[in-house]
Design a protein around this ligand. Structure first.
Ligand code: V47
Length: 369
């Protein structure tokens, strides 16, 4: 269905004018984004988002053969939305040895994986050298594996405990073999909400400053937004616009990943997001973030079926095979793990898209036409 046909059918002038802006390639304002959340239905934002996505990515939808490694769940920050991080004395606390981490990296490499995504808690006793050593040893053992590691939260923490600048720390990590940074830790930038859900860790400005510094040093990174807890639609749009502003400045973000909140076992509690909210949030992010090439439908939080549908609502990437994931599984998701490459290819094909196996930097390594 042509997007112009969909625009003609919509009754509200405001929504019509937003659609014309999109067709003319003009940037949406904060008010436009808020209006899409409140006034537009899913089919409308979905059609517009898919129009934009196809202009950017054609019929391609991406995935990567990768593995997540969560080296420890011990965390000083104890965010209220998180069911993964525990204190050192908690009976659930664990810390992997370097050998255990390397064994996981080896498995990934042997299975044809291209990336290890390292994300975990922030333990009280870790020094900068502990974070650097992990990167250096993985890279030394498996030079071909891309190391996507440590969020802005960890980098800010390292800076705090060592009294060194973000730049200094990121340079050392890069020299050790850090190739890219994941987007975790953004949560929601609104100070009002952050005070309640994540009162102790890096704030919005600090998160953005770490990414700004990484981009300046040639370390590409990803961006996330945790939604579906206490934030308003206005705060979601404000979050996206802050990312869009930084992207205008640096161009260093590779992909935006909306993360649906899972409440089980968290201190914050609450309800799960609806699939309509998930798809609308993905679609609206595609429309607001005009300077991001990619939007990820993270199947761990969305579930495979919604992630698959999202590929027709503005998303063009499914993340990857992942193998292991503890953060959202601690909070209740039942997404099965250890998906084969073939399973992801089938999910994408059944969504009517052309599967592209990519590397961390969205360079295609195989097209399954
Ligand atoms: O920052 C924590 C989220 C993030 C919950 O960069 C939760 O490619 C839902 O950032 N319900 C870490 N989400 C994971 C992450 C990520 C994942 C996949 C790909 C990339 C990438 C990054 O997980 C945290 C937080 O926002 N999280 N608890 C929860 N209860």
């Amino acid at each position: 269905m042509k997007v112009e046909y969909i625009v003609r059918r919509v009754k509200k002038d405001k929504l019509k004018s937003i659609a014309y802006k999109i067709i003319e390639g003009k940037r949406l304002s904060y008010e436009d984004g808020v209006s899409l959340f409140y006034d537009a239905d899913l089919a409308y934002v979905g059609a517009l988002a898919e129009y934009v996505n196809r202009k950017k990515n054609g019929m391609f939808a991406y995935f990567i053969v990768n593995r997540q490694i969560n080296p420890t769940n011990v965390c000083v920050y104890q965010c209220n939305f998180c069911a993964f991080g525990v204190t050192k004395s908690d009976p659930r606390a664990y810390e992997m040895t370097l050998e255990e981490v390397l064994k996981k990296a080896e498995e990934t490499y042997r299975q044809g994986g291209r990336e290890v995504h390292i994300v975990g808690g922030v333990p009280p006793n870790w020094q900068v050298e502990d974070y650097v050593r992990l990167v250096r040893e993985i890279k030394r053992s498996f030079p071909d594996l891309v190391v996507k590691a440590w969020t802005a939260i960890e980098v800010h923490h390292m800076s705090k405990v060592s009294k060194r600048s973000y730049e200094d720390i990121l340079r050392e990590l890069k020299d050790a073999g850090l190739d890219a940074m994941p987007g975790g830790g953004a949560e929601i930038f609104s100070e009002r909400v952050r005070k309640v859900i994540a009162p102790y860790k890096a704030n919005a400005q600090e998160y953005l400053e770490v990414h700004r510094t990484a981009h300046r040093l040639g370390i590409p990174s990803n961006a996330t937004m945790l939604y579906g807890h206490l934030e308003t639609y206005e705060e979601r749009v404000e979050h996206m616009i802050k990312l869009r502003e930084l992207q205008d400045e640096t161009g260093g973000f590779q992909v935006f990943i909306p993360l649906a909140y899972w409440p089980e076992g968290t201190r914050l509690g609450g309800k799960r997001t609806s699939s309509v909210d998930d798809l609308k949030t993905i679609a609206i992010s595609r429309l607001i973030l005009d300077n991001f090439d990619h939007i990820k439908a993270y199947w761990i939080t969305l579930g495979e079926k919604v992630a698959q549908i999202a590929l027709n609502f503005g998303a063009d990437d499914l993340d990857g095979t992942i193998e292991e994931e503890k953060i959202v599984h601690s909070a209740g998701t039942k997404s099965a793990l250890g998906h084969s490459k073939e399973k992801l290819i089938k999910l994408i094909k059944d969504a009517g898209k052309v599967p592209v196996e990519r590397d961390t930097f969205y360079k295609p390594v195989a097209i399954y036409g």
